[in-house]
Ligand binder design. Structure first.
Ligand code: CO
Length: 135
């Protein structure tokens, strides 16, 4: 099982690769707002666990296992963000910080139920607005 910290790295790498096609240590450091030397250290740990292949001159590649976790975290991040927006949280910084915390600690069953709620609420905006007004 990867730690929350590892999940954050894999999530960020997955997004960088989706957006730019590659993830260099310097880009990961910038995205996570940490020093490149910490990134290098973490990438070595992720490589030992089999989540990334660290290729010195070609940047970092996710393995199949690493990509699976990165995608899972990116999808959780997106869907939990939708939930908090639906609930009426307006401050995007608060949403981001809360989602970064919650995304690591939900079972897949709970996550599945949250997704079902989000989808239903987005498909029935009037029903949802009524519910929020009443609460
Ligand atoms: Co996240």
């Amino acid at each position: 099982m990867p730690t929350s910290h590892m999940e954050d790295y894999l999530e960020r790498m997955y997004r960088l690769i989706e957006e730019k096609g590659f993830a260099r240590a310097v880009d990961i450091a910038e995205a996570l707002e940490i020093r490149p030397s910490s990134v290098t250290h973490m990438l070595q740990r992720l490589a030992e666990k089999g989540y990334v292949r660290y290729e010195k001159y070609r940047g970092v590649q996710l393995t199949t296992a690493g990509r699976k976790i990165g995608r899972k975290m990116a999808e959780r991040h997106r869907d939990l963000t939708r939930l908090l927006r639906l609930l009426g949280v307006r401050d995007e910084n608060i949403i981001f910080e809360d989602v970064e915390g919650i995304e690591h600690h939900l079972s897949s069953e709970s996550m599945q139920r949250i997704r079902a709620l989000v989808q239903y609420a987005e498909a029935h905006p009037e029903w949802w607005a009524q519910l929020l007004d009443d609460s």
